[in-house]
Design a binder for this molecule. Sequence first.
Ligand code: MG
Length: 349
Amino acid sequence: MESNDNIGLSCPMPLSDYPNVLLAHGGGGKLMHQLIEKIFAPAFASPELEVDHDGATLPFAGRRLVFTTDSYVVHPLFFPGGNIGTLAVNGTVNDLAMCGAEPLYLSAGFIVEEGFATESLWQIAQSMKKTADEAGVRIVTGDTKVVDRGKGHGLFINTAGVGAINHNLLINPKQICREDVIILNGDVGRHGIAIMAVREGLEFETTIESDCAPLAKTVMKLIGAGMEIHCMRDLTRGGLATSLVEIAETSGLHIGIEERSIPVRDQVRGACEILGFDPIYVANEGRFVAIVPEKDAARSLDIMRSDWPDACIIGKVTDKHRRLVTMKSIIGAERIVDMLSGEQLPRIC
Ligand code: MG
């Protein structure tokens, strides 16, 4: 008979507030962090998880490997600039890259709903192959499951990735230091608004395309050029704001950014105004910040601009406050930037 190891233990979540999971628990913001802190982190406690980064760095045969996983539930499955397959490859490749690893191998697990068009599945598989080739990774193992009609919303994909670290840097939020400079690789908010525009039938003069893109080549260039990167993070759910708050909280330091330095395309800004969103909270799939010491900032920016012409410096790390992000607005007022709370755009990735 199966034993029940949980006898005597009770769930530490504030059940009176959240007896059931909400969509917002998957939004990348405060509620998701609460689920992780209260349920997953204690259950799976390990030194690797404590690093609080995009993947786990593991010693293996005298080297370091990075291992990461992500599931993709985006709706709709096809959107301007990509589809669930391109997202599933780039998202996992980018998490490996953010740990400073060269992405090598991916797995792909498909959960398909009965009745889903095989033509669409073929198209998605073709995009995954093309995206993997562009990112320099191979999809080497996988799984297929089919669930009942009406119970799978078309298709979900899970990918896991393995990458190798070929340098001696430690890249994670705990490595950032006072006076470090924060470099962003381009305009923010396009992925979220592209998805929202399709979902809500919003029309603009030109179609807003997702920024979905692989980041590993740029990261490898930075590392290859000897840039002493302290931390990187891709700005997915919760956007730029939530990513920086996560880094500030883990590092214990203050991150100060300037609103005027953050590129946002006019159409994205306009859509955000209509929808009541703040672009710094909107999800991206090809945007990241690199946090580097001041001595390497100018060179890192040049290297990033060779791939991303809009890359720019948006702020720096200080010890003025503890565990806080602040933003100087265009009119000069400084405000505290909090983590995304609630769910802005469900099923964005
Ligand atoms: Mg990430």
